[in-house]
Ligand binder design. Sequence first.
Ligand code: FE2
Length: 377
Amino acid sequence: MSEDFFPIKKFDHVELYVGNAKQAAHFYQTAFGFTPTAYRGLHTGSREVTSYVLEQHLIRLVISTALTPDHPISRSVHLHGDTAAVMAMEVPDVTYAYQTATKRGATGAIPPTQEEDEHGVYRYAVIKCYGDVLIKYIDRSEYHGAFAPGFAARNGHLNGAIKDEREQGHGRYQGFGLKHIDHIVGNVELGAMNRWVDFFAQTMGFTQIIHFDDNDIATEYSALMSKVMQGGDGKIKFPINEPAEGKKKSQIQEYLDYHYGPGVQHLALSTGNIIETVKKLQESGVEFLYVPTTYYDDLEARVGKINEPIEELAKLGILVDRDDDGYLLQIFTKPLVDRPTLFFEIIERHGARGFGQGNFKALFESIEREQALRGNL
Ligand code: FE2
C-alpha cells in the first residue's frame, strides 16, 4: 500500500484536556518555555470552554478546560485525568482526508466543517483514534488569524505574522530550544496493538517502520511490545505500545490502569541542543527519570564517538543510542500529571531514525524504580 494517497503537511498541534487550564498553561510556559499566543474563554465569548494556545518554534499545544460539569472535556478529565486528547495534523484538503479515512474504516467524529472570521477561512474535521483520543485534520492555508476563529491573539502576537514565519520554516518563539514534535506514542490494551497498526495503515496509508517484541528486551524488563507507524512522508510518527507479560507489572498496564483506558503516553519534542535545553528545563523544575551513573561508564564502547562531552550528558542524565543511520540523544520526564500517565521525551537526532531501543533496559529499570515508589510493582 502506497502512502501517497494520504498527504499530511505536519503536526499542527496537540490539545490537552485538563481540569484547570489556567494553571496548566502556566506550568507549560514556566517549566517548558512555551509562549502563549492565543486564548478563548468567557472574555472572547466562549461560554463553555477556555483554551490557551502555547507555542515554541513549530510546537503548538492547546490547553483546554470546560466550564460546565457535563461538557465532554469535563467527562474526559473525570475519567482520564489531564490527558492529551487531540492529535491535530495539517492537511491540504480536509474533506478529502475525512472522506478517505472514513471510507477506509475510520470512525468519524466531526464531519468537514468550515469556520470564518475576519482573518479568513479555517477548515477542520475529526475522526476517532485509540481510546477517547481524537485525530483532527486542519487546513489553515486560507486562515491568517492567531489560531482559529473564536481565539484572540495574545502576548503581542500579530495575526498573520507568525503564520508567515512558520511557512518559512522557523517559528517565532524560541523558548528553551524545543523545535517540533518528533513522535507521539500511544498505549493500547493487551492484544490491541495490531488493530491500531492496521488502523493507521488502512485509513491513512501509514507504513510500519519498526517493531519491538518482548524478545528484544531482556526478560526481567520485558514489559511492552511496540510498533512504529509512519506517515506524511516521514514527518508523522506514531509508535504504539501494548503491555507484555514480564516478571513485573508492565509500565504500559500501569498507564492503562490509571488512565482508565488507552491514550497518549508521551510526546517527543526535538531540540537542536539537548544539553542547553535540558539545563533550562531542570532549572525550571522539570523532573526527569534518573539513570544510574554506571550507564555512562562504558557508553563510548556501546555507541562510539559522539560530539557531546559524556561527563556533561552524565551530569544531566541524557541517554545516547546509535543505529545504522547515526545516533540520538534522549531524556524522559517523570509524569507531568499526578496519575502515572502523560510524560514528555526530549530528543536530539544526529541521523538516527530509531527511538532509543538500546536504552530500553536502563530506562525500564528507572521506570520500575518509580513504579515501586508508587506502590505499583
Ligand atoms: Fe519516544
